[in-house]
Design a protein around this ligand. Structure first.
Ligand SMILES: [Zn+2]
Length: 309
């Protein structure tokens, strides 16, 4: 009995051990399967959050889409880290805006064997009219919903070239997304057409709104042309203050990735209201008002509407 019991206990121990081995191997197989699902997906590495969000809406689960710069970060003068380089070397493709927006991009990709898509190659630029960047394209084309729709067309085509079998899928996603942009575009056009012409001024910190003001018939006024040089000279300050006073501009704005201190001086000196921070170069995190490109446009246009009405 004793020896039988001993065998019984040993057998039980063996069975338990074997069950554990099977359980562990099953778990690791299923874990591997889950991680394989993502490991096998190619990564689209994008220079900034706005563009990454547009691509996510088109590619859905077909690719892993990641942004190098994080929400809220100033993008023009970003300094890539060694880990950004590692990520890029493993990526399927690197997508940037172009038009000189990412001042770091050329150097960043120069030593990498990664495919590159620059959206701006297929866009018509508006040129910067003064200072250091005079004559260079203004990079912020996405800020106008009308141009946002062009971004969608360009990216649908680029994704389809990367993965021809999914062309119809990308096209369908692009259409759904463009319908949402078109709704935002129509509402804003209607608003602008209904306000008095002498109220159609958009005063911001960075001259990032040229495409929006050009496409919707507003006048653009700014404290500096590009955030990368974000310096306010006494001349520019005086010019902005005198224009806000002369045109009786009701509201002035700044952008989320720079200090609004100088614009507060304009507001306090002229009696104009400070209308809040517009989002341009970077989305907000999930708890903020601009956690996606569509939300960013809605937030901006809503602030502008409230400020100019
Ligand atoms: Zn900018």
């Amino acid at each position: 009995m004793v020896s039988n019991l001993g065998i019984d206990i040993n057998m039980r121990k063996n069975i338990l051990f074997l069950s554990l081995v099977i359980l562990i191997s099953l778990t690791s197989v299923s874990c591997r399967r889950t991680s394989n699902k993502n490991d096998n997906k190619e990564v689209i590495l994008v220079s900034f959050t706005v563009l990454a969000d547009i691509i996510k809406n088109l590619a859905k689960d077909d690719f892993i889409v990641r942004s190098i710069t994080k929400p809220g970060v100033e993008v023009h003068g970003y300094k890539p880290t060694p880990s950004d380089l590692v990520k890029a070397s493993r990526a399927f493709v690197f997508v940037d805006n172009g038009f000189g927006f990412e001042l770091w991009a050329e150097k960043f990709v120069s030593n990498l064997q990664v495919k590159r898509i620059s959206v701006a190659k297929d866009l018509d630029p508006i040129f910067i009219s003064e200072d250091f960047y005079k004559g260079k394209p203004n990079p912020h084309a996405w800020i106008s919903p009308k141009r946002g729709m062009l971004y969608v067309d360009i990216l649908v085509e680029s994704l389809s070239e990367l993965r021809p079998s999914k062309r119809e899928f990308f096209k369908k996603n692009g259409k759904i997304y463009k319908d949402k942009l078109s709704k935002i575009d129509k509402e804003f056009s209607l608003f602008i057409n209904n306000i008095n012409k002498d109220r159609r001024y958009l005063v911001s910190c960075e001259g990032a709104f040229s495409y929006l003001t050009n496409d919707y018939g507003l006048e653009e006024v700014y404290l500096w042309p590009v955030n990368a040089e974000s310096q306010i000279t006494p001349k520019r300050m005086a010019r902005t203050i005198s224009l806000v006073k002369a045109k009786n501009v009701p509201t002035v704005f700044c952008e989320s990735t720079v200090s609004n201190e100088s614009q507060m001086v304009v507001a306090n000196t002229t009696g104009a209201k400070f209308g809040g921070n517009l989002f341009v170069d970077s989305l907000s995190d999930d708890s903020g008002p601009a956690s996606s490109y569509l939300k960013m446009l809605e937030h901006n246009l809503d602030l502008i509407k409230k400020g100019l009405f």
